[in-house]
Ligand binder design. Sequence first.
Ligand code: G4P
Length: 528
Amino acid sequence: MDFVKEIARRRTFGIISHPDAGKTTLTEKLLLFGGAIQEAGAVKNNKIKKTATSDFMEIERQRGISVATSVLAFNYKGKKINILDTPGHKDFAEDTFRTLTAVDSVIVVIDVAKGVEEQTEKLVEVCRMRSIPMIVFINKLDREGKDAFDLLDEVEQKLGLSVAPLSFPIGMGYDFKGIYNLYEKNINLFSGNSKQNIEDTIAFDDIDNPELEKIIGEKASQDLRENLELVNGVYPPFDKESYLKGEQQPVFFGSALNNFGVRELLDCFIEIAPTPRPKKSEERLVEAKEKAFSGFVFKIHANMDPKHRDRLAFIKIVSGTFERNKPYLHVRLNKQLKFSSPNAFFAEKKEIVDISFPGDIVGLHDTGNFKIGDTLTSGEVLHYKGIPSFSPEHFRYINNADPMKTKQLNKGIDQLMDEGVAQLFTLELNGRKVIGTVGALQYEVIQYRLEHEYGAKCTYENFPVHKACWVEAEKNSDEFKEFKRVKQKFLAKDKKGQLVFLADSQFSLQMTQQKYPSVKLHFTSEFK
Ligand code: G4P
């Protein structure tokens, strides 16, 4: 098959949700419909279980298992679908943000009873800022939940989206009868015991057809007609262009656990979801169909085997083809590298591939060459943008507990930060190192890995910081000089050498902003 056709059949996306909304179940059902797995239960491993939150070794073990499920690929109706796993656990939110830089679209899963939850808000905001096309899937319709219109309102208001329902539920919970599919104009009837079966559908393009009463009863028919009238009156019709620009979000209803509404979602998804999108580099916009290869590292996964410090770097291919044993330019190191065993991902397995196309993810074995955000190309000097750091939630000094092992400690910290486990800040005043993380759990992970992989020991000391803010200022201005002098104690450099202000309270942050208005404080490292 030719290059252009290969690109056109690729759909690379992520599923995002608040934990427990049904992301894992939906992922699994998509694979089931795609024929990639034979039975439910196969994907469960990529879920970090709630019960394990206090046991980081267990989490690391599960993360180890989840390497294989980091990318789940399958073919469906001639399309190659790549699902990128986004950890639901909030301590790994950074991982999820980074993965979102590699998707071309997302599906947002919302629990019908819980509505829009905190983690969903954060993740959708990131997608909205980047104009990533989003489809909303409202899940668990087999349970009592919120009224469909209230939910649509909530999605618009809390998530700032403009929805266009493409399906609508007929009843809910105990009375749940099925779904009317506005996109395909048919009805899917729900039977409570359909769990492992794929439903039959009834074509129904005229909702006024009196046959409807026979199928779902009088009351439900009347309700459905009224609801659809309201949908048509209140919401704009679905517009693919607006969806692709990130300006409108189609909504589906269903029950992942019961295989309900999943096929409709998948069939519509492959029709409307974008093929690999162009990506901005610092130098220029790069199109998928360009022949020269380029790609970037969005995730690094450490091997759990402490004997060899082998890691897997995940590369999203932006343009051209990636071929085995061909030399590519590692732009940051200005070095040619060849890869003899690039991994591609199929369903829940990974295997060595000779050639991969834009939209695909390849996993490269790495012994320390890669950092998150690195670009690989056929030769052109390109730097892909869009892997920003966000302010961590926790900050601690890291101290060396074994002076004989300083070198090992520094190397370990360096490499763990390259993997994106946490963020390192070096204080301007005294050069002390501060580790910032999203979840407290990472401190244990770092301590354990430093000891077992690098033979170094560390201790931590609290360092009260409210927020890390990246500083943008006119270097020679008097105000900036004054800011640097007065706030010296709170200034640090991040790993890339960018200046960061570590505000110790919301109050001091506000005061600083007022006092030095020309010094701009940003909550993300990428603000230009
Ligand atoms: P997550 O990845 O978003 O965290 O959610 P996950 O799919 O693990 O689903 C969370 C819980 O919600 C699971 O129950 C799952 O079975 C249930 N669930 C998912 N989809 C539906 C649905 O459509 N209807 C109903 N009623 N439940 C649904 P659990 O008891 O936590 O786990 P398990 O024992 O079933 O694995």
